[in-house]
Design a protein around this ligand. Structure first.
Ligand code: NAP
Length: 327
């Protein structure tokens, strides 16, 4: 009888994904509701001779790959993979799969929610009511900015950027985007225009970030870029915190060189700088872009499917280092 692969899941997962994995593997699921520390993950991989790793939270560092001598597949329940040392996996011939295709619409919903919340001061208004501040009718109460008819600049025009563009079309927005390659088909569907990053920053009323975190995009938005934006513009970040120079953003917001920001991601999560916590013109979220019941379940199932397929020598969707199959 063939032995079943040993799988470790770094975080509890929905029952459907757990059952799918348990049916075909020798499964261990970590019960704690926190991100596992790399040293602990390396120890589990080494001690338990783990072959398949399903990553939900936590980082797969070089140490994890080095000490996990039996590792054959890494599958992440996310679309970003900056938490995985892909080069170390590739050097060992380990395919790394993501859950791309399961969470983009949900993340786009959240980006749009941040646009609306920042522009219309939704969170600030809620705090005002709860604090008993609403005592009389006031003509000038909590004026915000219109969203409809404004210019939206999308930095990154892949799955999420395009999904945000589809929503913006319903708000009659003018849509600009920047990416390495022009996307003629998506332009046709959304009416978006391809421009340089600088032009996008100068022209947009809302700048929304949708690039992956890579060496090229780290601190893509720094003080120079922020200085190109209109003082009436908002910055929305649902990509990764390190795409923005957080200190430069704080300075721009403090000096009102920007109207506001909507942030789901931060440079050193879960640390959120005190200066941001003190600002009313910033909406702050704890990295919940894909956090809906439906989507988190879909993400876990996709990651489980990818893991089982790859352990079984079958191809899977969204392997970020397909070169491992040509060795
Ligand atoms: P995607 O489909 O791969 O699209 C990425 C886009 O970024 C592409 O248009 C790509 O352009 C562009 N890009 C890459 N490098 C660039 C560079 N150096 N300069 C300019 N453009 C560049 O990814 P996605 O599914 O839209 O996701 C984007 C990111 O969102 C993920 O990587 C992840 O970090 C983040 N995310 C966050 C959450 C959350 O919970 N907040 C949830 C999901 C995803 P080309 O196609 O021209 O190369």
């Amino acid at each position: 009888m063939q032995t079943r692969p040993r799988i470790f899941v770094t975080h509890s997962i929905p029952a459907s994904a757990r059952e799918a994995l348990a049916a075909e593997s020798d499964l261990q699921v970590r019960a704690e509701d926190t991100a596992i520390k790399p040293e602990a993950l390396a120890a589990v991989c080494a001690d338990e001779k783990i072959e398949g790793l399903l990553v939900i939270g936590g980082r797969v560092t070089e140490e994890v790959v080095r000490r996990g001598k039996d590792l054959r597949v890494v599958s992440s329940a996310s679309v970003g993979y900056d938490h995985i040392d892909v080069a170390a996996c590739t050097a060992r011939g380990i395919p790394v799969a993501t859950a791309a295709g399961t969470l983009e619409e949900t993340t786009a919903d959240l980006a749009f929610a941040l646009i609306l919340a920042a522009a219309r001061r939704i969170v600030e208004a809620d705090r005002f009511v709860r604090a008993g501040g609403w005592k009389q009718w006031e003509w000038e109460l909590l004026w915000g900015a219109d969203v409809h008819g404004k210019t939206l600049g999308l930095v990154g025009f892949g799955n999420i950027g395009q999904a945000v563009a589809r929503r913006a079309a319903g708000f009659s927005m003018r849509i600009l985007y920047t990416s390495r390659h022009r996307k003629a088909d998506a332009e046709g569907l959304t009416g978006a225009h391809w421009v340089s990053l600088d032009e996008l920053l100068r022209e947009s009323d809302f700048v929304s970030l949708h690039v992956p975190l890579t060496r090229e995009t780290e601190r893509l938005i720094g003080s120079r870029e922020l200085s190109l934006m209109k003082p009436t513009a908002f910055l929305i970040n649902t990509a990764r915190g390190r795409v923005v120079d957080e200190a430069a953003l704080i300075a721009a917001l403090k000096e009102r060189r920007l109207a506001g920001a909507g942030l789901d991601v931060f440079e050193r999560e879960p640390a959120v700088p005190g200066e941001l916590l003190a600002m009313n013109h910033v909406v702050l979220l704890p990295h919940v872009g894909s956090a809906t019941t439906e989507t988190r379940t879909r993400m876990a199932l996709r990651a489980a499917d990818n893991l089982l397929a790859l352990l079984d020598g079958r191809r899977a969707a969204n392997v970020v280092n397909p070169e491992v199959f040509n060795r």
